[in-house]
Ligand binder design. Structure first.
Ligand SMILES: NC(=O)c1ccc[n+]([C@@H]2O[C@H](COP(=O)([O-])OP(=O)(O)OC[C@H]3O[C@@H](n4cnc5c(N)ncnc54)[C@H](OP(=O)(O)O)[C@@H]3O)[C@@H](O)[C@H]2O)c1
Length: 254
């Protein structure tokens, strides 16, 4: 990454594990003032201890709760004044069938939408407000998925997850267009779409009862690899907007 973002303020959602934790560490090491949001904020505090002498901060925030998002950004505004970079990374999958009539499936699908779509929207709105306040260059990167562009046949249902990531694809472009309608907007919007990344995600989603059944033998990349893709986007010149970056393990079949 070029030095241009050092000393700027970044908010990264979902930094207690996986991709978000990798981005959080890389940003802090690059001299970016890095604010990590997660429900398990204590895990982000542990990362900060590991990192040592960096400007990194943990805030407890549930992105699926509009009140939690509003309160968190109020606290961020009071302490940091502005935001320059937002990484919308927090995301969940949940095992549920779209065709099920039971209330449990309906609840799980709403949890996916509340986190991956509504949560991303609330966080983006709050971060954008503080980006405009800075009157500096800004960057919003949405961690999407390859299933936000095409749904493979997996043999198990991705329930609302695929639809939520298609929504992220649409929201990325909608936000980019809204920036165009703002005069002299200095804020770029990008989507990063990973294939399979080895994190807590598949086990936490409950898509399958035994994650090893589907994932054994599948090639994978790591959170660090996705973080490098994010760093690449930050390194591009201010007049360049890479709108979509897909990153897969070599040999991925779906
Ligand atoms: N793993 C993959 O194969 C893969 C592939 C493509 C795209 N992705 C996307 O990449 C992103 C990160 O996934 P990952 O693989 O790193 O998953 P992960 O290891 O399960 O980590 C998910 C992170 O999101 C946070 N999170 C979830 N719900 C949240 C909420 N309501 N409020 C705040 N934070 C929340 C979690 O923190 P707390 O639980 O502490 O709140 C955790 O830090 C997601 O958007 C996912 O859809 C993953």
């Amino acid at each position: 990454m070029s030095e241009k973002w050092a000393g700027k303020v970044a908010v990264v959602t979902g930094t207690s594990a996986g991709i978000g934790a990798a981005v959080f560490k890389d940003f802090a090491k690059a001299g970016i003032i890095t604010i990590g949001l997660a429900r398990r904020a204590e895990k982000v505090e542990d990362l900060i201890k590991e990192l040592g002498d960096v400007k990194a901060y943990a805030y407890k925030c549930d992105v699926s709760s509009p009140d939690s998002v509003t309160e968190t950004f109020k606290a961020i505004e009071e302490k940091f004044g502005v935001v320059n970079i937002l990484i919308n990374n927090a995301g969940i999958g949940r095992s549920a069938s779209v065709l099920d009539e039971n209330a449990e499936s309906f609840k799980k699908m709403n949890e996916i939408l509340d986190t991956n779509v509504r949560g991303l929207t609330h966080v983006s709105r709050e971060a954008y407000r503080l980006m405009k306040k800075s009157d500096d260059y800004g960057m919003i990167i949405n961690i999407n998925s390859v299933v936000g562009h095409q749904l493979p046949f997996t043999g198990f249902s991705l329930s609302m997850y695929g639809a939520s990531k298609f929504a992220v694809t649409a929201l990325t472009e909608t936000m980019r267009q809204e920036m165009i309608m703002q005069e002299n907007s200095k804020i770029r919007v990008s989507s990063v779409s990973p294939g399979y990344v080895h994190t807590e995600f598949v086990a936490a989603s409950g898509f399958v009862s035994d994650p090893s059944i589907v994932l054994e033998g599948f090639p994978y990349i790591l959170g660090d690899d996705v973080s490098k893709a994010v760093m690449y986007l930050l390194s591009t010149p201010y007049n360049v907007n890479v709108t979509e970056l897909t990153i897969r393990p070599v040999g991925e079949k779906f």
